[in-house]
Design a protein around this ligand. Structure first.
Ligand code: ADP
Ligand code: FRU
Length: 321
């Protein structure tokens, strides 16, 4: 596999089936899809005709990308979601999970569905990524799907912020039956009431868009806006694009961190937020303090935007603080 693309290559030798992994895993719950990325010299004009300069396919989806980053950072990573069982895309997606050493055997396979996909335009002029996502009929996970998992096998459960009603049920179920298990939730997309996730998780990974939509126009305003809305003992982290990010700890202390722009320039921002989240989760799960985890996440995400896909992040992670 080169770049972020899906090409056949031999499977890595890490234990792939959930039963073969002894150590507790970090579970990422949410979407996997196929990204078809079109790299263009400049953003197309509507109703024009231009050639791309490159094109590749890769496994995408926020939870799936964060699972990739966790595996690359050396963590025991599992993805959980629904899979379009007989879609032609699934073979490539599964091969890539195996190549990256990400467990996925607990996924819920559903027949007669179309695999979700994204057509993504990456503009070489400024590395912007424009995503047209299609999900025609693949059902979302339900609580009973989630209850098929043995949650004792995990040290951390991360939920992609989607599927509001069902994911809220999954979080509540986890907190009631496995109170020692750390739960994080991504709150990224606006206009879908995903703010309802905020009080439920131990670690809230919020986007700048959500913060802005709730009245925090600068990252310095985020703590004041959300302080009273978190669960007891919870932490809030907010990524702020090329301005880095901030974090609010359970004791009320606030950390701030700039971005770390890649020396060779920004090349690919697809999954920057998913990378930030993966690095944050890996750091906190390893016991780093919140301020150190924030620095690590900003450094790892800064390195990610300088490369296609997610390669080379482990070195940055190792030397981040
Ligand atoms: P997304 O749009 O993918 O949700 P963000 O734009 O919020 O993600 O970025 C996530 C993190 O990636 C930021 O907190 C920052 O650390 C890093 N990042 C994003 N863009 C840049 C950039 N241009 N230079 C350096 N780091 C960046
Ligand atoms: C990046 C990403 C892509 C996917 C899209 C889904 O964050 O997960 O991989 O196509 O977002 O919204």
């Amino acid at each position: 596999m080169s770049g972020g693309g899906l090409h056949c290559s031999s499977a890595s030798s890490r234990g792939m089936s959930s039963s073969s992994i002894q150590e507790k895993r970090i579970l990422c719950v949410g979407l996997v899809c196929l990204d078809v990325v079109h790299v263009v010299k400049s953003y197309p004009v509507e109703d024009s005709d231009q050639r791309s300069v490159d094109q590749y396919a890769s496994r995408g989806g926020n939870a799936s990308n964060s699972a990739t980053v966790l595996a690359i950072l050396g963590q025991n990573s599992e993805y959980f979601g629904t899979l379009a069982q007989d879609s032609f895309e699934l073979q490539a997606i599964e091969q890539d999970f195996r190549d990256k050493g990400i467990a996925y055997s607990n996924c819920i396979r559903i027949p007669n569905c179309i695999c979700p996909n994204s057509a993504i335009i990456v503009n070489q002029e400024n590395a912007s990524r424009t995503i047209i996502h299609t999900n025609l009929n693949l059902p979302e996970l339900t609580l009973s799907d989630f209850q098929t998992l043995n949650l004792k096998e995990y040290s951390w459960i991360h939920f992609e912020g989607r599927n509001l009603i069902n994911v809220k049920e999954m979080i509540r179920y986890t907190k009631i039956h496995f109170p020692g298990l750390t739960v994080s939730v991504e709150v990224e997309k606006i206009g879908r009431n995903y703010e309802e996730f905020v009080p439920l998780a131990d670690v809230v990974l919020m986007s700048k868009d959500i913060a802005k939509a709730n009245g925090a126009s600068r990252k310095e305003d985020v703590a004041a806006v959300f302080r009273g809305r978190l669960g007891v003992g919870a932490k809030l982290i907010c990524a702020w694009g090329e301005l880095g990010g901030m974090a609010l700890d359970a004791d009320g202390s606030i950390s701030d961190c700039p971005a770390f722009p890649p020396p060779e320039g920004v090349i690919d921002t697809i999954g920057a937020g998913d990378t930030f989240n993966g690095a944050m989760i890996a750091s906190l799960n390893l016991g780093k303090s919140l301020d150190k985890a924030l620095i690590t996440a900003c450094k790892v995400a800064g390195a990610k935007v300088g490369v296609r896909g997610f390669q080379g992040l482990q070195e940055v992670f190792k030397h981040a603080d």
